[in-house]
Write a protein that binds this ligand. Structure first.
Ligand SMILES: Nc1nc2c(ncn2[C@@H]2O[C@H](COP(=O)(O)OP(=O)(O)OP(=O)(O)O)[C@@H](O)[C@H]2O)c(=O)[nH]1
Ligand SMILES: [Mg+2]
Length: 448
């Protein structure tokens, strides 16, 4: 997309699916002229709602509510307007045609938000927050996106950048000081100062693990020997019978995915085929292979045990799960069948449940969130949710560590600090090549 296009763009801000009202958004220098021509109204005061008729030649297309925004006090920073019309197929299509006939063109994906960025209404990190907040499926993802959108994350970046620019200035005057009139940089203090900034960067980058889980959901694989109750657990967590449960070993032959929300988070659950060495046929063997893949893909593995089944086979599966390096929760199922004595000796398990009675299922949900490290998230916690942000933070950290090793070579130290500053400035979009911008905004949908 041409990022410096100044023509007038139009698109529906509302979804293409059925609804009662559709909102057409138009932005650019011709907005007011187009709005007047459409409605036959001579004047519009900014930020006032008007009940208008939309003219189509001699006919009236619809009665609508019009809102005119005068730039720069608008989302994009340009003159723009919104028309709320009845969401009929014909009305929507014809209105767009009329707007195009009056000189606007179709907006490209993300173009409204890109214009907002180019006009200084938000920085690049915040623009990412717009995409995230629309995509958020649960409360925690929404909160993380909100903290980005309202500028809290950008503030942190700017604060760190300002600290570095200050240090850079001190180094640069000394490089320029050919006659050695200035006192040299105090080494210990400078090192401490850089360390302090590295800590701030680390504090942010270390949230990426949690940020990714919050944004994308927690991939959870349920594994165990056949008949331990894996499918029963999937059903119990979901609250309805999604998969077949039966006393026959090897009931589940393929992996089955289901998604659910627990405690403000999204869980992507995978029920797997029970793993056993003496599988019945080739299909079961393939299913077992998929179970292993599911373990490797997971963020957390629930190892489901039944103490009445083959102990050696279960120990093998647990070892395989642990060998993946993922978090593993050891869960004992069918406690309704176990004696009090057996239960009191089951200290090696993280959780005791019965899929039949439902006992322990709620506690298991808490355990999952706790084990994955999301239990302590606060409302105002800023989370890094974008891989690009994470990389920029890590790049800056690396450059600062290099700078620290060059305390006596001012030119080299300055160069590394400049690189770190550059990474941070890229994050907020202070310097961004055009093609990178196009790439970022094209991931948005039209109308945003
Ligand atoms: N009493 C009791 N029975 C259970 C419990 N959980 C599962 N079962 C029973 O155990 C049997 C096996 O359950 P499934 O959920 O099909 O086990 P699975 O691990 O998915 O088995 P495969 O798909 O063959 O690997 C069924 O008869 C269930 O009704 C429980 O908590 N208590
Ligand atoms: Mg099963």
């Amino acid at each position: 997309m041409d990022i410096f296009a100044k023509d007038t763009i139009a698109a529906y801000a509302t979804a293409a699916t059925r609804g009662a009202v559709a909102v057409l958004r138009v932005s650019g220098g011709d907005s007011l002229r187009i709005l007047k021509a459409l409605t036959g109204r001579g004047a519009f005061e900014a930020r006032h709602a008007y009940l208008v008729k939309i003219h189509d030649g001699k006919d009236i297309l619809d009665t609508a509510v019009a809102l005119y925004y005068q730039g720069p006090a608008s989302y994009t920073g340009e003159d723009s307007f919104e028309l709320s019309v009845h969401a009929g197929e014909y009305i929507k299509a014809r209105l767009l045609e009329l707007v195009f006939l009056l000189g606007a063109r179709m907006a490209e994906a993300g173009e409204f938000t890109m214009r907002a960025y180019l006009n200084g209404k938000m920085d690049l990190a915040q623009a990412q927050g717009v995409a995230d907040i629309i995509a958020a499926k649960n409360k925690s993802a929404h909160r993380a996106a909100f903290n980005i959108l309202d500028g809290s994350l950008s503030e942190r970046f700017k604060e760190i950048r300002a600290g570095l620019t200050e240090l850079l200035a001190k180094i640069e005057v000394r490089i320029d000081d050919a006659d050695d009139e200035m006192a040299p940089l105090p080494e210990v203090e400078t090192r401490e100062y850089i360390d302090g900034i590295i800590k701030k960067l680390e504090a942010l980058s270390s949230t990426f693990g949690a940020g990714r889980l919050v944004k994308e959901g927690i991939k959870t694989a349920i594994v165990g020997v056949p008949n331990s109750g894996k499918s029963s657990l999937l059903n119990a967590l979901l609250g309805f019978d999604r998969v077949i449960v039966s006393p026959v070993s090897g009931t589940t032959r393929d992996t089955v995915d289901a998604s659910l929300r627990i405690k403000d988070f999204n869980l992507m659950l995978t029920d797997t085929a029970g793993i056993r060495a003496d599988h019945a046929d080739d299909a079961e063997a393939q299913g077992i292979e998929r179970s292993r893949k599911a373990m490797n893909n997971a963020d957390i593995i629930i190892f489901l045990a039944d103490s009445d089944l083959d102990a050696k086979a279960q120990a093998d599966i647990l070892a395989q799960a642990q060998a993946t390096g993922k978090k593993v929760l050891k869960v004992l199922n069918k406690t309704d069948l176990k004696s009090e004595g057996e239960i009191s000796q089951s200290g090696e398990y993280d959780c005791l449940i019965s899929c039949k009675s439902g006992a322990g299922i709620e506690a298991l949900k808490d355990k999952i969130i706790e084990a994955i490290g999301l239990a302590k998230l606060g409302d105002d916690d800023i989370l890094i949710t974008s891989a690009a942000h994470y990389k920029a933070l890590k790049d800056a950290e690396r450059e600062l560590n290099r700078a620290k090793a060059r305390l006596k070579e001012l030119e080299l130290m300055a160069e590394h600090i400049r690189s770190a500053v550059l990474s941070l400035r890229r994050l907020i979009g202070e310097i961004t090549p055009d093609d990178v911008l196009g790439e970022i905004f094209s991931k948005f949908c039209v109308g945003k």
